[in-house]
Design a protein around this ligand. Structure first.
Ligand code: SF4
Length: 882
C-alpha cells in the first residue's frame, strides 16, 4: 500500500505518502511531488504514524452514555432537531463545525442547515483563527480571496512576517522561507511580534512592538510611502478606490516615525529601517496570521496591511502580496462551502439574488435569508436559552472558546447537545446527550484546501474502527431522516465534490472568485486521482491558478480594489491595577489544538509536556513567581495554573500561555478559561491575544510527580498527564497534605511487589519506587516545593529492563548514575536530543551552525523543526551563529 494524502494539522497542507509494511506497520513520509512541501514534514507530520492507535476512540453511537445502534442514534438526532425547529423555529438550532472537517463533510452540513433546516446558524471553529482575514479580504477585494502562492515567499526580496510564529505554527512554510534566505541572503525578513520567537531567529529586523499596535505601525507605513513618494499612482488611479480616505486616516493617526515609535514602543531607527526597506523593495510579501486576526480590531488590522500593498501595487505579481495563512488544514475549504455563518455557500452572501440562485441550485425553498450567529454569539445564545439544540462536529469548544468555563457551563445546560467526534473523552463530549462516532484522519476520503488555495485529496488508508463513519455520511443520513432524501442522495464523497464544484460555477460570470467548475464533471476515477490544484479551476484555467489579481481586476462591482480608512483601536480591555499583565495565547511547536491526537505521541510530548506561562524575569520578580514553580493566572473570566518559564524574549508587561491543554489531560490548565470573549465587530473573531491577567505564585501544600506503567486519575488539585515510552507521567500538586504518603502511594500504584521508600515526614518529603520482577512499576516523588529530581532519567528506566544494580541504588535519589549523559528538555523530537546535551556539544566542540550540530548529534537533520531553537542555543552559548 502506498497512498498519497494530506497532513491533518496546519494550513500549510503538506502532502504525505503513507505506506504499510508486510507486518502492517504504517509509515508516514513527506510526498516529494506535493507542491506545498516537496517531501518535507515538520515534527507533527513526521509523528503522524504514532497517533493512529485505537486508544481513546469513540467506537459506537451513544445516547446519554448508553451504547445504541446507528439507526437509533440517527433517529434521535433527526427527531431532536425537528422537534426544536417545529417548536421554536429554525434559529433555535445551531451547528458548530470545524476546520478539521473535509470539504465534502462541510458542504453537506452547510447545505442541511442553510438550505433545508432554514437557519444560517452554522459556524466553524475557523472563526477563532482567521475570520478577520476573511472579512478584511472581502472589504478590500470584494471576495475572500488569498492573492498569493507559497512560491511568492521564495521569490520575494522582503518578507514581512506579522503576528505569526511560523517556525512553530507553519513549520514547513517557514522552512521554505529559511531555505530561500540561505540561497539568497539578500532576501530580507522582518518579524513583527511583541514576543521574540523561533521565527524571529531568521529575521534581519525584529520589531517587538507593544501588543495591539499593529494598525498604527501599518498606518505609519502608508503615510511614509505617501510622504516619500513611493506610491504606485497609476495602479491607484486605475485599480483602487478609497485611497484618499485611507491616507487621511493614516496621516491623522500615525503622522510621523517618532509618533509611531512612541505609540508602538519601538525605536525610531528600527521603524525607519522597516519603512525604508518596504518602500524601496518591489517584491514584498506580508505574511500574517493569528497575531493580526485574533483581535477585537482584527479586520481593521488586516486592511491596514492590505492598504500598503494596494498603495504600492504590490499584489498579483510574483513575490508580492498580502498573504494570510490559516491555522487549520481545511479552514479554507470551510470558507469555500459557506461554513461561516456570514456566508451562504460558494462565496455567495445572503443578497436576495444569491439566496434565489442557491435555492434553485439545491432545489429548495427554505434557504436561510440572513446571516447566522458567529461562534461566540452562538454560544452566548445557547447560554441565554435561545438555541435549544446544537450539533458540534470535530471540535472541542469547551476548551478552545474564549471564556471557556462560561460556555462549557452553557453547553451543559443546553436542551440537546449532539457531538460527532472520533475521540470518546473530551471536555466537549462530556457535555453531550448524543455521541456519534466519526471516522478519523486516515479513514476518510475527501478534499482539503490549504492556505495558498490548493485543493488536495485526503485519502483513506485504514478501516474505520468499531462503528465509526465519515462525517458526510452521518449528516446525509440525518438529512434523509428529516425528509430531504432527494437532495441528499450522495453515495460517495465524489458525488458531493462534483455538486460543490458545479455550484461554484453556477451563474458565475466571473463575479465570484471561488470557481472550480472545471472539476464538476470529474469521474469517480478522476476524483480518486485528483492532483493538488489551486483554485480557480475554470475551463480556461484547468490546471489551476497560482496567483490572483494578475489582471488587476477585483471583485467589487467597480472591478477595483478598496482601501479602507483605518482608525487604530486599543484592545477591548487594557491591563490595570487588578489585572496588570497582557495575556497572549498561541501554539507550541509539537502540539496540535486540544492535543486529542498529538498527545498520543510520546515523542511529541518530549518538547513541551506541561502547560506553562512565559514571563519576563523582571515581571517574575515583581509578581513573586520563580522559574519552574507553579503560578496561578487569573483574569476577569477565569483562572488557570501553569509552570513558570522565565524568558527575556517575552516583552515586559506581557505573558504567554499555550492553548492546548484540556481537562481531559490536565486539571485547571485551560488557557481558554482566561480569555476575553470580546470580538471584532465585523469578523466576530475573539481577542485571544490580549486579555488582562494577574499572576501569583501558586503555593500548594505539596508538589510531586508520579510515574506509572498504567494511566490513571489521581486526587490532586493540579494534575497533568504526559504519555511517555512504556509509562505515563503525572505532574501533581495538592492544597491539602495526605495523612500518610506510604498509604497514598500504595493506593495510587498498587501495594504489591517490592517497595523502596524514603520518608521525611517532618520535612514533607517522600520518595518511593515499586518494582515487579526487577522492572520498575512506578514511582512517586513528593516535596514541599517544586524542587524535585529531573524526570528524564527515571522515565527512561521504564524502557530499560530489568533494572541494573546501579540504577536500583540511584532510584530514590532520582539522579542518574554518573556515567549517564544529561539530556535536559528535548529540543530535537526526531532524535530525542535534549538541551543539556546540545549546549555541552556546542561549548565543548565549538559548534557554530545547525549543520555542525547535525553532523555531530543528528539534531535538526530530519524534519528541521528545531533548527530555529538550535540557532538560539548557539547564540545563547555565546557563539556567533555562522
Ligand atoms: Fe502538517 Fe507540519 Fe506540514 Fe503543517 S507544516 S501541514 S503540521 S507537516
Amino acid at each position: 500500500m502506498n497512498v498519497a494524502t494530506t497532513c491533518p494539522y496546519c494550513g500549510v497542507g503538506c502532502g504525505l505518502r503513507v505506506t504499510r509494511a508486510p507486518d502492517a506497520a504504517i509509515t508516514v513520509a513527506g510526498d516529494p511531488i506535493h507542491p506545498a512541501n516537496a517531501g518535507w514534514l515538520c515534527s507533527k507530520g513526521a509523528a503522524l504514524a504514532e497517533t493512529l492507535g485505537p486508544d481513546g476512540r469513540l467506537l459506537h453511537p451513544e445516547i446519554r452514555g448508553a451504547r445504541v445502534s446507528w439507526d437509533a442514534a440517527l433517529d434521535a438526532v433527526a427527531a431532536g432537531l425537528a422537534r426544536v425547529r417545529d417548536a421554536r423555529g429554525p434559529d433555535a438550532l445551531a451547528f458548530y463545525v470545524s476546520g478539521q472537517l473535509l470539504t465534502e463533510d462541510y458542504y453537506v452540513a452547510n447545505k442541511l442547515m442553510k438550505g433545508f433546516l432554514g437557519s444560517a446558524n452554522i459556524d466553524t471553529n475557523s472563526r477563532l483563527c482567521m475570520a478577520s482575514a476573511v472579512a478584511g479580504q472581502q472589504r478590500a477585494f470584494g471576495a475572500d480571496a488569498v492573492p498569493c502562492s507559497y512560491e511568492d515567499l521564495e521569490q520575494a526580496d522582503l518578507v514581512v512576517v506579522v503576528g505569526s510564529n511560523a517556525a512553530w505554527c507553519h513549520p514547513v512554510l517557514f522552512r521554505r522561507l529559511q531555505r530561500a534566505k540561505e540561497g539568497r541572503p539578500e532576501l530580507k525578513v522582518v518579524t513583527i511580534d511583541p514576543r521574540r520567537t523561533a521565527t524571529s531567529e531568521l529575521s534581519d529586523l525584529h520589531l517587538a512592538l507593544a501588543p495591539g499596535t499593529d494598525a498604527i505601525l501599518f498606518n505609519g507605513l502608508l503615510n511614509y510611502l505617501r510622504a516619500s513618494d513611493r506610491l504606485d499612482l497609476e495602479f491607484l488611479e486605475m485599480h483602487v478606490e478609497g485611497f484618499a480616505a485611507a491616507s487621511a486616516a493614516a496621516r491623522a493617526t500615525a503622522p510621523s516615525v517618532p509618533a509611531v515609535a512612541h505609540a508602538c514602543g519601538l525605536s525610531e531607527q528600527d521603524i525607519a529601517r522597516f519603512y525604508h526597506w518596504f518602500a524601496h523593495t518591489e517584491r514584498v510579501v506580508t505574511l500574517y496570521s493569528q497575531g493580526i486576526n485574533q483581535s477585537a480590531s482584527g479586520t481593521d488590522r488586516v486592511n491596514g496591511i492590505i492598504n500598503c500593498h494596494l498603495a504600492t501595487g504590490r499584489i498579483g505579481q510574483p513575490g508580492a502580496g498580502p498573504f494570510s495563512i490559516t491555522g487549520q488544514p481545511n479552514a479554507m475549504g470551510g470558507r469555500e462551502v459557506g461554513g461561516l455563518a456570514t456566508q451562504l455557500a460558494a462565496h455567495m452572501d445572503f443578497a436576495p439574488e444569491a439566496v434565489d440562485r442557491v435555492a434553485r441550485f439545491w432545489g429548495t425553498t427554505n434557504v436561510a435569508r440572513k446571516p447566522g450567529l458567529k461562534a461566540v454569539d452562538m454560544f452566548a445564545a445557547i447560554e441565554r436559552g435561545e438555541i435549544k439544540a446544537v450539533w458540534i462536529m470535530a471540535t472541542n469548544p469547551a476548551v478552545s472558546l474564549p471564556d471557556a468555563d462560561r460556555f462549557r457551563a452553557a453547553l451543559k445546560r443546553c436542551e440537546l447537545v449532539i457531538v460527532s467526534d472520533c475521540v470518546r473523552h473530551t471536555d466537549t463530549t462530556a457535555c453531550a446527550h448524543i455521541l456519534l462516532p466519526a471516522a478519523a484522519w486516515g479513514e476518510k476520503d475527501g478534499t482539503v484546501t490549504n492556505s495558498e488555495r490548493r485543493i488536495s485529496r485526503q485519502r483513506a488508508f485504514l478501516e474505520a474502527p468499531g462503528e465509526a463513519r465519515p462525517d458526510w455520511w452521518i449528516v446525509t443520513q440525518v438529512a434523509r431522516r428529516l425528509g430531504f432524501g432527494a437532495q441528499f442522495s450522495y453515495e460517495t464523497p465524489a458525488d458531493i465534490f462534483r455538486e460543490h464544484a458545479a455550484l461554484s460555477g453556477f451563474e458565475n460570470a466571473g463575479t465570484r472568485a471561488f470557481d472550480i467548475r472545471a472539476l464538476a464533471d470529474l469521474t469517480d476515477a478522476e476524483y480518486e486521482a485528483l492532483a493538488p490544484v489551486q483554485w480557480p479551476v475554470t475551463r480556461s484555467a484547468r490546471r489551476g491558478t497560482a496567483r490572483l489579481f494578475t489582471d488587476r481586476r477585483f471583485f467589487h462591482s467597480s472591478g477595483k480594489a478598496r482601501m479602507l480608512p483605518i482608525t487604530p483601536r486599543e484592545p477591548a480591555n487594557l491591563p490595570g491595577a487588578e489585572y496588570p499583565l497582557a495575556l497572549n495565547t498561541g501554539r507550541v511547536r509539537d502540539q496540535w489544538h486540544t492535543m486529542t491526537r498529538t498527545a498520543q505521541s510520546a515523542r511529541l510530548l518530549l518538547h513541551v509536556s506541561e502547560p506553562y506561562v512565559e514571563i519576563h524575569p523582571d515581571d517574575a520578580r515583581a509578581y513573586g513567581v520563580v522559574e519552574g514553580a507553579l503560578a496561578r493566572l487569573t483574569s476577569a473570566f477565569g483562572e488557570m495554573i501553569a509552570r513558570v518559564q522565565l524568558s527575556r524574549d517575552q516583552r515586559p508587561g506581557s505573558v504567554f500561555v499555550p492553548i492546548h491543554w484540556s481537562d481531559a489531560l490536565a486539571r485547571r490548565a485551560r488557557a481558554g478559561a482566561l480569555v476575553n470573549p470580546a470580538t471584532d465587530p465585523i469578523s466576530g473573531q475573539p481577542e485571544f491575544k490580549h486579555t488582562p491577567v494577574r499572576i501569583d505564585a501558586y503555593a500548594p501544600a505539596w508538589h510531586g510527580f508520579l510515574l506509572t506503567r498504567h494511566p490513571g486519575v489521581f486526587d490532586a488539585d493540579y494534575q497533568v498527564q504526559v504519555k511517555g515510552e512504556a509509562h505515563w507521567r503525572y505532574e501533581l500538586a495538592g492544597d491539602t497534605p495526605f495523612t500518610s504518603w506510604p498509604a497514598q502511594a500504595r493506593a495510587w500504584l498498587g501495594s504489591h511487589g517490592e517497595w523502596l521508600e524514603f520518608e521525611d515526614a517532618k520535612g514533607g518529603r517522600y520518595r518511593a519506587a515499586c518494582i515487579d520482577d526487577g522492572r520498575l512499576r512506578g514511582c512517586l516523588f513528593v516535596a514541599p516545593t517544586h524542587e524535585l529530581p529531573a524526570r528524564a532519567w527515571l522515565q527512561a528506566l521504564f524502557a530499560a529492563e530489568p533494572l541494573r544494580t546501579e540504577e536500583r541504588l540511584s532510584l530514590l535519589s532520582g539522579r542518574a548514575p554518573l556515567a549517564t549523559v544529561a539530556e535536559g528538555p528535548i529540543v530535537c523530537s526526531c532524535f530525542g536530543i535534549g538541551r543539556d546535551r546540545l549546549i555541552n556539544a556546542i561549548r565543548r566542540d565549538g559548534l557554530s551552525t545547525p549543520e555542525a550540530i547535525g553532523v555531530k548529534l543528528r539534531a535538526g537533520t530530519s524534519c528541521g523543526s528545531c533548527i530555529p531553537e538550535l540557532k538560539a542555543l548557539i547564540a545563547s552559548s555565546g557563539r556567533r551563529v555562522a
